[in-house]
Design a protein around this ligand. Structure first.
Ligand SMILES: Nc1ncnc2c1ncn2[C@@H]1O[C@H](COP(=O)(O)OP(=O)(O)O)[C@@H](O)[C@H]1O
Ligand SMILES: [Mg+2]
Ligand SMILES: [Zn+2]
Length: 323
C-alpha cells in the first residue's frame, strides 16, 4: 500500500520506536547514575503483583490491601520525583515522550483518527509542507500593524491602521472562541493588504490548538478536485467537508467554468449545512463579486459570513522601502 495514509502511519510507527528508544536510553542512564531509581521501579512493579495476589487470597481484606498498595505506590512515586527534582530533571523525564500525547503517536483515539493524523493527512494531500514554513513567520505574534497607515484613506471613516486593528482583534477573538463562532469570515480588498497573511495567522493558531485546517487557493483546490474526481479514492474531497476550518484564498482567480462554480457552491453549501466554519478571501470588491457569481453563492456569503473590507496601500511596496 502506498496511499498517503499508509505512508504517514509508517512514519508514526517510526516516531513511536524513536520515542521508546529514547525513553530506554534515558532510563538506562538514570539507572546507572541513580541506582535508587532502579530499586524504586523494581519495587513498584513487584509490589503491585504481590498485593494483588494477597487480595486474591484474602478477598475480605481486599479494600485494606488495595489502600495499602496505593499508599506505598504514592510514597515510592514521591521519592522518585524528589530524586529527579534534586537532579534538576523534569518529573516526566522517565516517561515516553510522544510528539502527540493525545494519541501517543498511534494516530487514533478509540478507533477515530486523532487531530494530529488528520492534519498530517491534510498536509500530505494538499501539499502543505510549504505552509508549515510560512506559518513559522505568518502568525499573530508577527502581525505588524505599523505597516498600515494611520492617516485617513479615501472616503473610509477609519484609517487603514484602525480598520486593520479591528479586523486583527476580531480574528483573534474568532480563533479563541473557535469552534463556538456564529459566522464564517470573508475578506475582500486589493492585493497586498494582508488577507493571506491574516488567514495564515488563524490557520496557525487553530492548528496549534488541535483543529484540522485546510488552506488552499481556489484555483489549486479546483485543480485538486478535478484530478481526484477522476480517481476512486476520495479522501481529499471528504477532508474538505470534514476539516474543522477551511480557508479558500483568492476567490475569483480561478478560470470561471460551470464546474468551478459548482465546486465553490457545493463547498460553501455543505459546510453551511454542517455548521462548519470557513474563511474566503478575494481581491474582488463586492460589486465584482456579485457580477461574477450567481445569486445562490452570493446570498450564502452575505447571509452567513462576517464581511471585512481590507483597504490601504499595498504592504509589499512598503516592505520593499524599509529594506
Ligand atoms: N500584518 C502584517 N504584518 C507583517 N507582514 C504582513 C502583514 N500583512 C501582510 N504582510 C506581508 O505583506 C505581503 C502581502 O500580504 P498578503 O497577505 O499576501 O496580501 P493579500 O493576500 O491581501 O494580497 C506579504 O509578504 C505578507 O507577508
Ligand atoms: Mg493573498
Ligand atoms: Zn495525535
Amino acid at each position: 500500500m502506498n496511499s498517503p495514509l499508509a505512508k504517514i502511519l509508517t512514519q508514526y510507527e517510526k516516531k513511536r520506536d524513536k520515542a521508546f528508544k529514547e525513553f530506554l536510553s534515558r532510563k538506562e542512564n538514570i539507572y546507572k547514575k541513580l541506582p535508587r531509581i532502579r530499586e524504586i521501579d523494581e519495587e513498584i512493579s513487584s509490589i503491585g503483583l504481590e498485593k494483588i495476589n494477597e487480595a486474591f487470597h484474602l478477598p475480605e481484606k481486599c479494600d485494606d490491601i488495595l489502600d495499602e498498595l496505593k499508599t506505598v505506590l504514592m510514597r515510592l512515586k514521591q521519592e522518585k520525583e524528589a530524586i529527579l527534582k534534586s537532579q534538576g530533571l523534569p518529573l516526566d523525564y522517565l516517561r515516553i515522550h510522544y510528539e502527540c500525547e493525545d494519541c501517543q503517536d498511534t494516530g487514533y483515539i478509540n478507533g477515530s483518527m486523532c487531530h494530529c493524523l488528520k492534519q498530517n493527512l491534510i498536509g500530505a494531500l494538499y501539499d502543505l509542507s510549504h505552509l508549515k514554513n510560512i506559518l513559522k513567520y505568518e502568525n499573530f505574534e508577527n502581525f505588524d500593524l505599523s505597516l498600515y497607515s494611520d492617516l485617513p484613506f479615501g472616503d473610509y471613516p477609519r484609517s487603514p491602521r484602525k480598520n486593520m486593528e479591528n479586523i486583527y482583534l476580531e480574528c483573534i477573538k474568532f480563533s479563541n472562541n473557535f469552534p463556538d463562532v456564529n459566522e464564517s469570515l470573508f475578506f475582500y480588498g486589493n492585493s497586498g493588504l494582508g488577507k493571506t497573511f491574516l488567514s495564515h495567522c488563524i490557520a496557525k493558531d487553530l492548528i496549534d490548538k488541535g483543529h484540522t485546517v485546510i488552506y488552499q487557493t481556489v484555483p489549486n483546490l479546483i485543480e485538486i478536485l478535478r484530478k481526484t474526481a477522476l480517481g476512486e479514492a476520495n479522501e481529499e474531497a471528504e477532508l474538505i467537508n470534514e476539516c474543522d476550518f477551511l480557508i479558500l484564498d483568492d476567490l475569483g482567480t480561478e478560470s470561471a467554468t460551470a464546474y468551478s462554480e459548482q465546486v465553490i457552491f457545493n463547498i460553501i453549501n455543505t459546510r453551511l449545512l454542517s455548521g462548519k466554519k470557513m474563511l474566503i478571501s478575494t481581491n474582488f470588491n463586492l460589486e465584482e463579486l456579485m457580477n461574477t457569481y450567481p445569486e445562490r453563492i452570493c446570498s450564502r456569503i452575505f447571509g452567513n459570513f462576517r464581511i471585512y473590507a481590507f483597504y490601504g496601500d499595498d504592504i509589499r511596496l512598503k516592505k520593499v522601502k524599509v529594506i
